[in-house]
Design a protein around this ligand. Structure first.
Ligand code: MRU
Length: 376
């Protein structure tokens, strides 16, 4: 997508130095556009853990490039030592954030590809480079296709409204900043806007890290999509007054039965949507499905982050990003980063293969090759 009129992805290899992977350091957005160099596995792990990069797809793509960086630095004297070093790096990367399944998926995909291609450590390093690119390119392509499938839903609502503005509510940032390009929840919005369909996005601010207010608002603005930032508690009121035509959110992990883990607060939006007959869609690429877990509430690991994120807020003050204390100095806080929306509250899953019901039958209908994995 475009930033100040120039096309960017969220992660790429430095043009004149293939040992350097570059990312947009999202901690500084929307106030500063900062590109960061990653050259070691420690730097990649820190970038994921401290959320310089975030969002399921981008975490996966970063882990893919992290494994390539691990291969560059792994001992080259024996295949055994090389693979051992890669397995250690994979473990380090996987430990950074627990909820987005794309992270473990990308690490495993790299290890499988490297093992399968075989060869000496140099050849294996080339495989890691190629696979990192495949993971990133596939993410962008899948998001583009999610946009096409979601567009049909927005078009239908627009037709029903006689061409009046379609109001879409989203939570957190499942935009292009959370993936390699396009995003998931935002991809249908961009596709509709580009086609001349009138859309307006209600952007939940998404406390405590404000990914909606800082990131979704910024990227929609860069693309010229009309939007309004709202406090997290406003959505229910808007729905009761007919001001929301549909909700589209992303996902960090979705069970093959259709339970959806997404940024904390998503569940409450789904409840409000169900109470007001507002369609509630979840957009995700297949890399976000967890083919091993059935019961999202019981089985999906929920990240708990530092309470400081709740007790403080960051913003721009006299040109600098500063953090200020919100709570009484002595009040403790807890910081659950995700919640799970049960499948029965989800109208449909928008994937790169099309839209399906949020149920085991619906999901396996689109991904029949996974039946054996799920049953095994
Ligand atoms: O903690 P984050 O910012 O990595 O959270 C992930 C998200 O951006 C959201 O939950 C998003 O809606 C789904 S991931 C694209």
């Amino acid at each position: 997508m475009n930033v100040y009129g120039e096309h960017y992805r969220t992660i790429w290899v430095k043009e004149d130095d293939p040992a350097v992977v570059q990312i947009i350091d999202q901690r500084h957005l929307p106030h500063k556009f900062v590109v960061e160099d990653l050259t070691t596995v420690d730097e990649v792990a820190r970038a994921i853990q401290e959320m310089h990069v975030r969002g399921a797809g981008l975490i996966g793509a970063t882990a893919g490039y992290g494994m390539y960086i691990a291969a560059l630095h792994a001992p080259k004297d024996s295949v055994g030592a090389f693979m051992e070093s890669l397995a250690r790096a994979g473990g380090q990367l996987k430990a950074t954030r627990p909820t987005a399944v794309n992270l473990a998926w990308a690490v495993e995909r790299q290890l499988d590809a490297i093992e399968e291609a075989g060869g000496d450590p140099e050849a294996r390093t080339r495989t890691a480079f190629d696979m990192a690119k495949v993971i990133a390119d596939e993410d962008a392509d899948f998001c583009r296709r999610i946009g096409e499938h979601g567009l049909a839903i927005i078009e239908e609502i627009s037709r029903r409204k006689g061409g009046e503005t379609v109001n879409i509510l989203t939570h957190c940032n499942a935009g292009w900043l959370a993936f390699v390009d396009y995003g998931t929840a935002t991809a249908p919005v961009y596709a509709a806007h580009d086609k001349g369909i009138k859309v307006h996005v209600w952007v939940d601010e998404t406390r405590p890290r404000n990914q909606g207010a800082r990131l979704t608002a910024w990227e929609l603005g860069q693309h010229g999509v009309p939007h309004s930032v709202i406090a997290d508690n406003v959505g229910g009121h808007l729905m009761q007054h007919g001001l929301v035509d549909m909700v589209i959110v992303g996902s960090d992990r979705t069970t093959y039965t259709g339970d959806v883990a997404n940024k904390i607060g998503t569940y409450l939006k789904a409840l409000a949507a169900a109470d007001n007959d507002v369609p509630f869609y979840v957009a995700l690429p297949s890399s976000t499905f967890d083919w091993k877990r059935r019961d999202g509430v019981a089985e999906i690991p929920i990240e708990q982050r530092d309470a400081t994120e709740v007790r403080t807020i960051n913003g721009l003050h006299e040109g600098e990003i500063v953090s200020v204390l919100l709570t009484p100095e002595e009040s403790p806080a807890v910081n659950y980063a995700f919640d799970v929306t049960p499948a029965h509250l989800v109208t449909g899953l928008i994937t790169e293969r099309g839209v399906c019901e949020a149920s085991e039958e619906g999901v396996l209908g689109l991904y029949p090759e996974k039946r054996a994995v799920v049953q095994g």
